[in-house]
Design a protein around this ligand. Structure first.
Ligand code: ZN
Length: 83
């Protein structure tokens, strides 16, 4: 088996690894509810994508939770209209 003649210095190892790192996930902001969302993905908080409702988020919740979620979404929309 081939054996390396000389070992790499720490600097050489560091240089080759300087481009190997994990980048933080880049998130967009949902235009409807202002929550962070992955790009090209349906917002799981309000169920909207490209201005259309794709998932009915409220359907699976209990009535109490539905009211809370509706309030949250409405509150997130209000400041948008004023600006
Ligand atoms: Zn949303």
């Amino acid at each position: 088996m081939a054996v390396p003649k000389q070992g790499h210095t720490r600097a050489k190892v560091g240089k080759s690894r300087m481009h190997k790192y994990i980048e933080p996930v880049r998130l967009n902001v949902c235009p409807k509810c202002k929550k962070p969302v992955l790009s090209h993905t349906v917002c799981l908080n309000c169920g909207f994508y490209k201005g259309k409702e794709v998932i009915n988020v409220l359907a699976k919740l209990t009535k109490k939770d539905q009211k809370v979620r509706e309030k949250e979404i409405k509150q997130a929309e209000k400041p948008d209209k004023s600006t």
